[in-house]
Design a binder for this molecule. Structure first.
Ligand SMILES: Cc1ncc(COP(=O)(O)O)c(C=O)c1O
Length: 385
């Protein structure tokens, strides 16, 4: 594909008003451009929309079972994209990844137990310990060689025999880290030594922005850590169908899986027919759509990095930039930036005040305008110091 045609569909500015878009409706009626919630302003690929339309050609939208083809499509995708050969009996379909985090925590909770949560992290993670009646042990990531890494000393101090679980997010939202195999080996060893289970959210695993890196599922390292881990996947981020929510938990250990299934019993429903059509189509996709998307996001990332420089670390995975504004001494930096026409996520919600998160999955003209507003805002706020 030539560059022009390859990127035409991603360059197209799509008016999302009238669709109850969470991202755009927050600022409807104002001039603020939204770069907050993590969905993309790109069209869902044609082949997925066609699959939904074909399903709509049948007039009955009744209760729908999850067919074996869905499991097979997921397992093939997992092998193809993550090089992990899982077994069909390990997988449990769930309504969403966030539901999976909470089900996992409840099913593994201990009396007087605690859950380790490396921060900053996607904000629903921070509620998981409380939801499961467990104490939260927040462990801040630290910056080393311009990368956010796990602080094993703090982890060691924070965890004890009552720690039931560690919540991992890989690739990491909001820092954009894709943990290396060595780091995951070290974390696996830590969890095995301390008898701590892991729940690993890998929803962003296909959004590899750094082409020189590979995403590794911690559970795929070896059978010992596999037996202690619940891994959560969803195809919805990659194909921009998060409104058709569905996710899957991969749980090799029989006891953990049965507890997980028991905990979610009666609380979740099967996927609806349109969600099924969309997810099946996405899981079976082997077209050039994702490689083109990644190339587009990499170009966007370059622009973001050029504008933000040292205020951010390079994004290895996800389409989210984590921006350090601590030096500006603003109580709520995202709120302040709204006055300059940019809608970002407040770092405080992720456990790190003084930071903001910028979602750069949008057409280039919107990104360029947003970055120009951000650069002007930062220049003015720096002058005021
Ligand atoms: C790391 C992470 N996990 C989970 C989710 C949400 O997934 P779901 O809608 O399946 O709960 C998001 C959405 O932004 C995310 O970034």
């Amino acid at each position: 594909m030539k560059d022009g045609t390859q990127f035409d569909e991603f360059n197209r500015i799509i008016d999302r008003s009238g669709t109850y878009s969470s991202k755009w409706d927050r600022y409807s009626g104002s001039e603020i451009l939204p770069f907050w919630v993590a969905d993309m302003d790109f069209a869902t690929p044609d082949f997925i929309r066609l699959a939904i339309q074909q399903r709509l050609d049948h007039p009955v939208l009744g209760y729908t079972r999850q067919p074996t083809e869905l499991n097979q499509a997921f397992l093939s995708w997992l092998k193809r994209s993550q090089n992990w050969e899982a077994k069909e009996e390990w997988i449990v379909w769930i309504p969403s990844v966030v539901a999976g985090l909470n089900i996992a925590a409840k099913s593994l909770a201990k009396p007087n137990g605690s859950i380790a949560v490396p921060t900053p992290i996607y904000y629903p993670f921070l509620d998981v310990p409380r939801n499961a009646g467990q104490q939260a042990k927040r462990i801040p990531l630290v910056k080393s060689n311009n990368k956010w890494v796990m602080d094993f000393d703090r982890l060691e101090k924070a965890c004890d025999k009552n720690t039931s679980l560690l919540l991992l997010c890989n690739p990491q939202n909001p820092t954009g880290r894709m943990y290396s195999r060595d780091e995951l080996d070290q974390l696996a060893e830590f969890c095995i030594d301390h008898n701590i289970h892991l729940c690993s959210d890998e929803i962003h695993c296909s959004l590899q922005l750094d082409p020189n890196l590979d995403h590794t599922s911690i559970a795929s390292l070896d059978d010992v850590i596999g037996q202690k881990t619940i891994t959560l996947f969803s195809i919805t981020k990659t194909y921009n169908i998060p409104g058709l929510s569905a996710a899957v938990a991969v749980i090799p250990n029989d006891v953990i899986r049965n507890n997980f299934i028991t905990t979610q019993r009666g609380l979740s429903t099967d996927m609806g027919p349109l969600t099924l059509a969309a997810n099946l189509s996405a899981l079976n996709d082997e077209s050039e759509w994702v490689p083109s998307l990644l190339q587009y996001l990499r170009n966007n990332h370059k622009l973001v990095l050029e504008t933000l420089g040292q205020r951010m670390t390079p994004v290895e995975g996800t389409y989210l930039a984590w921006i350090d504004l601590q030096d500006l001494n603003l109580k709520q930096p995202a709120r302040t930036l709204e006055k300059y026409g940019i809608g970002l996520s407040e770092g405080e919600a992720f456990g790190s005040p003084g930071y903001v998160r910028f979602n750069f999955a949008c057409p280039k003209p919107i990104l360029v305008e947003g970055l120009s507003r951000l650069a002007n805002a930062l220049a003015e706020l720096e002058r005021r110091l």
